[in-house]
Design a protein around this ligand. Structure first.
Ligand SMILES: Cc1cc2nc3c(=O)[nH]c(=O)nc-3n(C[C@H](O)[C@H](O)[C@H](O)COP(=O)(O)O)c2cc1C
Length: 168
């Protein structure tokens, strides 16, 4: 699949089949995430993969829009590691790039996924820190629910009025 095709067919997928996702595919998702650009190439990311059903149920309660996690084959927590940050101001931009890479790779692998916001909402961040007893200096950025799903509908969002050449 061409990257342009993955970009065009990516949608937030919130319903999943019961089928588990193969370990190789999970690794491919994480490889894609780690290929993302980052400020000064700091790569201050870590990932926590959750397949345990009980923990997925708990994650679904992280906030009101996290319900898809309850029925996902797995969840991926995208985390920042403070000690690896050379340019701390950019941590969220770096992790957003990694998260988007992961979503696009999911399309390529025939998986469905949805990005669920965590940072900068303190309450959500604390919920995840507590749930996984994350060590000091490890900060949750986002979580993704992932699973097999047939559900991928193209929507055309191109809007020429949003583009400005040379002058606004
Ligand atoms: C930063 C961010 C946070 C999001 N948080 C949630 C969320 O908590 N729950 C959810 O179901 N979708 C969440 N989404 C997915 C958006 O709702 C979705 O991308 C948007 O509606 C566009 O639909 P599409 O992804 O299918 O193109 C989030 C997306 C982003 C980028």
């Amino acid at each position: 699949m061409k990257i342009s095709e993955a970009i065009r067919s990516r949608r937030s997928v919130r319903k999943y089949e019961e089928r588990p996702v193969e370990r190789e595919k999970i690794e491919q998702l994480l490889r894609a995430a780690m290929q993302a650009p980052s400020a000064g190439n700091q790569q201050a990311w870590e990932f926590l993969v959750v397949e345990n059903k009980e923990m997925l149920q708990k994650l679904a309660k992280a906030h009101p829009y996290a319900l898809p996690m309850a029925k996902a084959a797995l969840g991926i927590l995208v985390l920042s590691k403070e000690a690896a940050l050379k340019y701390p101001a950019y941590w969220q931009q770096d992790l957003a790039a990694a998260t988007q890479n992961l979503l696009l790779e999911a399309v390529e692998l025939g998986l469905g996924a949805v990005w669920m916001g965590v940072a900068p909402e303190e309450e959500r961040m604390q919920f995840i820190k507590d749930l996984f007893q994350l060590p000091q200096g490890v900060t949750p950025f986002a979580m993704l629910a992932v699973g097999y799903s047939p559900d991928n509908q193209f929507v055309d969002r191109f809007d020429a009025t949003r583009i400005h050449y040379e002058q606004y």
